[in-house]
Design a protein around this ligand. Structure first.
Ligand SMILES: Nc1nc2c(ncn2[C@@H]2O[C@H](COP(=O)(O)OP(=O)(O)OP(=O)(O)O)[C@@H](O)[C@H]2O)c(=O)[nH]1
Ligand SMILES: [Mg+2]
Length: 301
């Protein structure tokens, strides 16, 4: 039962048990979540820096989400930070990390296929809809996990996660309980031309519009990248435009040039880091971007 209670002159909604405003931040945030508050609107005097950072890894199938969750988690452990791993992919068979919270404890794509006589795509769609329906419950489960960082792995079929309601609902739930950021992964091996670059960053921009939380872009698999000028194309609009003119022709050139004008200002502000989960290159820069984007001084919103 929801009750309104008053602690030190502040009114808030509780679950009916005694308020634990001082002794348990988890209970406090859970009650705030159920009351429909959002993290951004809190005015309770909690210092942002004391809250766990929730990092949600999103990217196209095979872009390296699960590998990066594991490697970044190991890197954080080595830097004396406490980490919880969270798996939200009901279709994954094995994870290289031990999840503290695993959606497969509630349902798997295989179970849904069997139970509802669906194929793999239909079952994944159903799984995403269940995730959306249970997003508040999910966020409050996740909010019971200890640690400085919560690393959240998402489904391979990211388009279903982002463009159905699961992604936005879960992001709302997570943002209500603690500071939350998306790390958007781009598989560097798949960027062959300037138009590929514009295409993947347009996808990132569409995801950002859907999810409405701070984003950091990561180009993955930096150890096997053949294009040494990828970073230059990302950072320098004039250089990117020159490459588009050199490498594209006709209507496609016109179209890509127009898109590059839209994507570029956004790209420069967001910053992009090249990372190799295999060698560990770029993990320190990724960490400082995540920190900047989630601290009070952050300017990446
Ligand atoms: N060379 C190289 N390969 C990588 C790197 N990161 C991931 N991979 C490989 O890329 C493939 C996909 O990696 P995953 O981590 O499973 O990617 P994912 O995005 O979780 O995949 P789904 O969940 O199926 O969408 C695997 O074969 C990894 O070994 C990297 O930094 N360098
Ligand atoms: Mg994965």
């Amino acid at each position: 039962m929801l009750l309104t209670q008053t602690v030190n002159g502040k009114s808030f909604i509780s679950l009916g048990d005694s308020p634990k405003f001082h002794s348990s931040s988890t209970t406090f945030y859970r009650t705030m979540l159920l009351a429909g508050s959002t993290f951004k609107n809190f005015s309770h005097g909690f210092h942002l820096a004391t809250l766990p950072i929730q990092v949600v890894f999103i990217g196209p199938a095979g872009s390296g989400k699960t590998t990066l969750v594991n490697k970044y988690g190991e890197w954080l452990f080595k830097s004396d930070r406490r980490v919880s791993f969270i798996n939200l992919d009901p279709g994954v068979e094995k994870t290289p990390y031990s999840p503290s919270f695993d959606i497969r404890g509630f349902f798997t794509v295989e179970e849904i296929m069997r139970r509802e006589s669906l194929g793999p795509n239909g079952a994944m769609i159903r799984a995403m809809d269940i995730l959306a329906e249970r997003s508040v419950e999910l966020a409050s489960h996740i909010n019971t996990l200890e640690g400085d960082y919560r690393l959240i792995d998402t489904p391979g079929q990211s388009e279903l996660f982002v463009f159905r309601s699961a992604g936005p609902e879960i992001m709302r739930g997570l943002s209500a309980v603690s500071r939350t950021i998306v790390v958007f992964l781009i598989d560097g091996q798949l960027v062959y031309s300037p138009s590929d670059l514009i295409a993947v960053f347009s996808l990132a921009a569409a995801c950002r519009l859907r999810l409405n939380v701070p984003f950091v872009h990561v180009v993955t698999k930096a150890d096997v990248l053949s294009r040494s000028d990828l970073e230059k194309m990302i950072q320098e609009p004039e250089y990117l435009e020159r490459r588009i003119v050199e490498e594209e022709a006709g209507l496609l050139q016109e179209y890509v040039l127009e898109h590059s004008k839209i994507v570029h200002p956004f790209l420069r502000r967001q910053r992009t880091v090249l990372v190799s989960a295999l060698s560990g290159a770029g993990l320190d820069l990724l960490d400082s971007l995540i920190h900047d984007a989630t601290c009070e001084c952050g300017d990446l919103r």
